[in-house]
Design a protein around this ligand. Structure first.
Ligand SMILES: Cc1ncc(COP(=O)(O)O)c(C=O)c1O
Length: 363
């Protein structure tokens, strides 16, 4: 059996560091918002090359709070936020939870990230912001998006839940949100998330909003959330952060091996990678016309795969608008995408077995 992901292997690689982090926190007597969270925030900000970071309870809350704290989305004003239709439902849920209306945009057929020309098409007088998603670990076309945003006076927020370490340094976005869900390139042993921004006032506001919205004297001026990263998760994330660059290098190597191995098949479309490579391969997603049959063929040989994502957001009951346009590229691609196992602890031999099994598929 080759599992899609085996997080136990990662734990075994880091067992000593994790045990030390746990012991340190448990012995400290401080379990919420202490020195571990504060240290992790500054270590994550410096890893990303940005001025500041505010750690919260999940990636969903991170994006929600960034949209609220920046003033991009006002509650119940009909503020529209453009995002890709091919992403986790949590991206759109964050927009809804912030009080906005998600409006869905088509994707580029090779990168599977949001298509800048379709962003232009979707802008209305109610549009306030754009949320590009760095899907599967590949950066969206931030240059084109920044240009559109500047021309149309819109704010940009990156959903970087798949893209830890994909970009370091200056960026045109107002803020970026990350998830530390256990399966992510940097994942905790539970939920967690963080917002990074060069705007210190946004970081400061999120630190108030994550604690109910009240000040130190418990005077509440705005309705916030209860959404804090706990000390245990922060200490573990600090230990794992030391390995992230090395893990991303390994992910890139594995992705190259897949691409090299699969290139002889004309039925398979492999992911596109730009040079210099910023892709951090959170997921290795191929496209195949007979995706479901191929998936079954792999499972019959003990190889687990997944589909990210099986349904498009503009077609989901919660998000569908009465005036929803069709989004033809995504509607075509969604039935072809298949995520193969890829994580730093996957062995070369396992990867070769997956490659051989994919190539052995016949219609
Ligand atoms: C693209 C994307 N955005 C947002 C989220 C939400 O993150 P979380 O599960 O930490 O709330 C996820 C993860 O599920 C995701 O994959």
């Amino acid at each position: 059996m080759i599992p899609f992901l085996d997080l136990k292997r990662q734990f075994l690689e880091l067992e000593a560091e994790v045990n030390e982090a746990l012991r340190r926190v448990l012995a400290s007597g401080t379990y919420i918002l202490g020195v571990e969270v504060e240290s992790f925030e500054s270590e994550w900000a410096s890893f990303c090359g940005v001025a500041g970071a505010a750690a919260v309870g999940s990636g969903t809350d991170a994006l929600t709070l960034a949209l609220i704290a920046s003033g991009a989305v006002r509650n119940n004003h009909g503020d529209e936020v453009l995002t890709s239709t091919l992403t986790s439902p949590y991206t759109a849920l964050s927009i809804v939870k912030a009080g906005g209306v998600p409006v869905f945009v088509d994707i580029d057929p090779s990168s599977c990230t949001v298509q800048p020309e379709d962003i232009e098409r979707a802008i209305t007088p109610h549009t306030r912001a754009i949320v590009p998603v760095h899907l599967y670990g590949r950066m969206a076309d931030m240059l084109s998006i920044a240009e559109i945003a500047a021309q149309r006076n819109l704010m940009v927020f990156e959903d970087a839940a798949h893209a830890h370490g994909a970009q370091k340094g200056a960026n045109s976005s107002v803020a970026a949100s990350y998830s530390f869900y256990p399966t992510k390139n940097l994942g905790g042993f539970g939920d967690g998330g963080i917002v990074t921004s060069n705007d210190e006032s946004i970081i400061k506001t999120i630190k108030v909003l994550r604690q109910g919205g009240h000040d130190a004297a418990l005077k509440t001026n705005v309705a916030g959330l209860n959404s804090r990263l706990d000390e245990v998760q922060a200490a573990i994330l600090r230990a794992k952060l030391k390995r992230l660059d090395e893990w991303n290098v390994r992910r890139r190597r594995l992705a190259r091996m897949y691409t090299e191995g699969l290139k002889e098949s004309h039925q398979i479309k492999v992911p596109v990678v730009d040079e210099p490579e910023s892709h951090v391969h959170h997921l290795y997603v191929i496209q195949h016309e007979k995706r479901d049959d191929l998936r079954k063929h792999l499972l019959d040989q003990g190889i687990e795969t997944m589909v990210h994502y099986p349904s498009l957001l503009h077609q989901q009951p919660l998000f569908r608008q009465s005036n929803q346009r069709s989004l033809p590229v995504a509607e075509r691609v969604v039935n072809k995408i298949l995520s193969l196992p890829l994580y730093p602890q996957l062995t070369d031999i396992e990867l070769e077995k997956v490659t051989t099994a994919v190539l052995s598929y016949r219609d």
